[in-house]
Design a protein around this ligand. Structure first.
Ligand SMILES: Nc1ncnc2c1ncn2[C@@H]1O[C@H](COP(=O)(O)OP(=O)(O)OP(=O)(O)O)[C@@H](O)[C@H]1O
Length: 243
């Protein structure tokens, strides 16, 4: 089913059109990589979907009841089920992995959870830690983790919110090759039950994701398809070679 339908959005900053009639559709579940040269509009696209930037025109249609997200606050969009992972990890370094995950679970405002006071928080923390491969690190301070582990912890904290769509910005940046492989596997696993959009420059990483790729250029979709398909596209080659 279609979870997110971005329909003809445009944004202009001081006369410069950063997003130009961009349309894109995401299924649930689906894993999608968004690539594109610097300034292509990838960050602005995520800013629009998460409510940080309001487009001048177009619609962002969400979920079964076709709700238009435009005009909704960032927090309302997060509550509707869209989680965003920024490039830099923002975990609480002085807290343990367990405490970070517990805080993220507490932040989740689900009326049913409040009503029934779910006693299985410890169980959920264990599940989350397992999912992000930090089960053996629950008592460590987040500040002691490697860069990759911090990124996974933050993904775990987002998962505590049970998002239906996860936007992940350059997850492979700064990671060791082993961490990159692990992160690709994690994202592929997560995308089996939800929608995951990964914005990434590292083509080797995108190849490992083995998913549909959307190439952005000058604020619009230049090509879409498998990585092999888009990298054979003449327009894509020209853009990447700067011709
Ligand atoms: N708030 C703003 N004011 C003015 N121009 C902006 C603003 N935000 C983005 N832009 C411009 O819009 C264009 C798209 O930027 P954006 O950051 O979305 O690209 P990107 O694909 O994420 O690039 P990168 O890969 O370098 O992160 C760029 O030319 C950028 O300079």
């Amino acid at each position: 089913m279609t979870l997110l339908e971005v329909d003809g959005i445009s944004v202009t900053f001081d006369g410069f059109r950063a997003i130009n009639s961009l349309s894109l559709s995401m299924g649930e579940p689906e894993l999608r990589a968004i690539i594109g040269p610097n300034g292509a509009g990838k960050t602005t696209f995520m800013d629009i979907v998460t409510g940080k930037t309001r487009p001048d025109s177009g619609r962002v249609v969400w979920g079964e009841d076709n709700r238009d997200l435009i005009g909704m606050s960032e927090s309302a969009i997060a509550r509707a089920g869209i989680g965003r992972k920024f490039q830099k990890p923002t975990v609480f370094e002085d807290q343990t992995v367990r405490e970070n995950l517990a805080m993220a679970l507490k932040a989740r405002r689900d009326p049913f959870r409040v009503l029934f006071r779910r006693a299985d928080n410890a169980g959920r923390i264990a599940e989350l830690a397992d999912e992000i491969s930090l089960a053996d690190h629950l008592m460590r301070k987040a500040g002691e983790l490697s860069h990759g582990q911090k990124q996974w912890l933050e993904i775990g904290m987002l998962l505590a919110q049970e998002p239906r769509l996860l936007l992940v910005d350059e997850p492979a940046a700064g990671m060791t090759p082993a961490e990159r492989g692990h992160t690709a596997d994690l994202l592929k696993r997560l995308a089996k039950t939800r929608a995951v959009i990964v914005v990434e420059h590292d083509m080797e990483f995108v190849r490992r994701l083995d998913c549909k790729v959307t190439v952005l250029h000058e604020g619009r979709v230049l090509a879409e398809g498998s990585l092999d398909h888009v990298t054979k596209n003449r327009d894509v080659i020209d853009v990447y070679l700067g011709r």
